[in-house]
Design a protein around this ligand. Structure first.
Ligand SMILES: Cc1cc2nc3c(=O)[nH]c(=O)nc-3n(C[C@H](O)[C@H](O)[C@H](O)COP(=O)(O)OP(=O)(O)OC[C@H]3O[C@@H](n4cnc5c(N)ncnc54)[C@H](O)[C@@H]3O)c2cc1C
Length: 483
């Protein structure tokens, strides 16, 4: 057994852990990252990158097919083998050598093995060969162990060896048919990808699709999936799953069955906290870790958590944002420097509460940030939502023949600022950051009016939303302009 000491111990070297350690080292601390799988975590190898690589080729093909002049030039089908090979290159064939080089270059130490908290500021690491190292932290320990796919208690499901997002994003072959249990982002993205590869996809969702978003988002994706041949079954429970030599059979609570070669379970995430020694410091194993906005775990003065494991916003960019706040505040507290922990200060992840951006890479894309109209009302805001068809914007009609899309802007009527925006349509992801800036900056609508969108781009949706708001408002923003 060996012992080591660092200023900061970071448990988990996903995107969050890497960024957290990096910020702390930039702040003058020594830091060690402990990782029991691949440095880079879920996003690099089994989530964001491979899933987006799987989706991108079909999206590019569709974009060309929807512009006359280009469509005549692209008459072939998707080359699925080439898509999978491109995906493999994005995951570096599941080798983390490049990220290990980055960690070393950043001056961060790396210990490979499974880490468990074994006392105050102490983590014991068991390496793959069974040797143990006791690591102590002079200042802090940060948990960034992420999350894993949740397998619900459906009789026969576990025994049927279901795919999780890991198998779906790393598959070497496309199954002839795929049943997907779930109606969230992973479910609809993988339904889009596998339908595009020619798999016969059935998606079974307990509720509506994408239930946490504006309702029109799930409805438009549902229609598009159906047009692509996906059998979308909503408001239906899967009550049993069984596997035979031919594949899987799902029994649904509407009395029907679904047969498929594979079943993908995409019903949410569970925190990777069941075996990290939380019980040794009075916390509950298997629970999400609750933190304050500096990412300090509630009730502790040395334990931090960031990324998926906090359940604040299960997105890579949010985890990295929290990591920047946590790494910086740990360094500041260690050196006795001033801490900026008021809302929107340098050491807090304020945006997690009401300004989280997210893109769902379906057909059509969904780009959303901030509160939906329902969430804003539930939070007590005096809300008005305005909608506009993106296809009416000149830039959209140039971009794609027959462009169809919808935008909704949710306004806080009391302060006249934007609380949330949802865009649904081709290529809307690149519209999102302007919406994020408007929300985070709490830019009054009267000033936003002066942010002139370039013509003819899809960004003119902002002008149309503001005009529509002005027309409908009891407090007119501007006189109605010609559409
Ligand atoms: C299919 C899919 C697609 C997604 N697409 C997107 C997307 O497009 N954009 C986006 O922003 N987000 C996306 N996400 C979410 C994103 O993947 C996660 O939010 C992100 O990976 C979380 O990062 P993290 O660092 O908190 O955790 P992780 O990436 O899970 O990293 C945690 C690390 O900790 C390690 N670890 C765990 N326990 C221990 C231990 N005891 N000892 C040592 N190491 C340990 C793990 O091996 C892992 O490497 C997607 C998720 C899925 C499932």
């Amino acid at each position: 057994m060996t012992t080591k000491e660092y200023d900061l111990i970071v448990l988990g070297a996903g995107a969050t852990g890497e960024n957290l350690a990096d910020r702390a080292v930039q702040g003058g601390l020594s830091a060690v990252l402990i990782e029991n799988e691949l440095v880079g975590g879920e996003c690099s190898y089994w989530a964001c990158m491979p899933s987006k690589a799987l989706l991108r080729s079909a999206q590019a093909l569709r974009a060309a097919q929807n512009v006359s002049g280009a469509s005549q030039a692209v008459t072939g089908k998707l080359d699925v083998g080439a898509v999978l090979a491109r995906r493999d290159s994005f995951t570096s064939n599941w080798s983390d050598a490049g990220q290990v080089r980055w960690v070393q270059g950043a001056g961060i130490s790396l210990l490979r093995g499974s880490g468990r908290i074994t006392g105050r500021k102490q983590v014991t690491v068991t390496a793959w060969n069974g040797t143990t190292t006791i690591v102590t932290a002079r200042h802090a320990v940060a948990i960034a162990t992420g999350s894993a796919a949740l397998i619900p208690n459906i009789p026969g499901l576990r025994e049927s060896k279901p795919w999780t997002s890991r198998e779906a994003t790393s598959a070497k072959n496309v199954p002839p048919s795929l049943a997907i249990i779930g109606g969230g982002v992973v479910a609809v993205e993988m339904a889009t990808a596998y339908a595009g590869f020619g798999s016969v996809v059935t998606l079974i969702s307990r509720g509506k699709l994408l239930g946490n978003m504006e309702p029109f988002a799930g409805e438009m994706v549902s229609t598009s999936l159906a047009n692509d041949g996906v059998h979308v079954v909503t408001n239906t429970e899967t009550t049993n799953v069984s596997r035979s030599a031919d594949g899987v059979v799902l029994t649904l609570n509407n009395g029907t069955t679904v047969s498929a070669s594979e079943v993908l379970v995409a019903t949410g995430r569970t925190p990777n906290t069941s075996d990290i020694g939380l019980e040794t410091i009075g916390l509950t194993p298997g629970a999400w870790l609750e933190t304050d906005d500096t990412m300090l775990v509630q009730g502790s003065d040395w334990l931090y958590a960031a990324g998926d494991v906090t359940h604040r916003a299960l997105l890579t960019h949010s985890g990295k944002y929290q990591a920047r706040a946590a790494g910086d505040v740990i360094a500041a507290r260690a050196s006795g420097s001033p801490v900026s922990d008021l809302p929107w200060g340098a050491h807090v992840a304020t945006a997690d509460h009401e300004a989280v951006p997210q893109v769902t890479f379906t057909t059509p894309e969904i780009a959303s940030v901030g509160l939906t109209s329902t969430a804003a009302r539930a939070a007590g805001y005096h809300v008005r939502a305005v909608d506009y068809e993106i296809g009416y914007v000149a830039g959209a009609s140039v971009k794609e023949d027959g462009y169809r899309g919808t935008a909704r802007m949710v306004v806080d009527e009391s302060r006249q600022v934007v609380l949330g925006v949802t865009f649904v349509g081709p290529d809307v992801s690149e519209l999102l950051h302007a919406a994020t800036v408007a929300i985070v900056g709490e830019i009054p609508l009267d000033r936003l009016w002066h942010a002139v969108p370039a013509y003819p781009t899809v960004n003119e949706i902002w002008l149309r939303l503001l005009e529509t708001y002005g027309r409908e408002s009891a407090l007119p923003l501007r006189p109605a302009a010609a559409a």
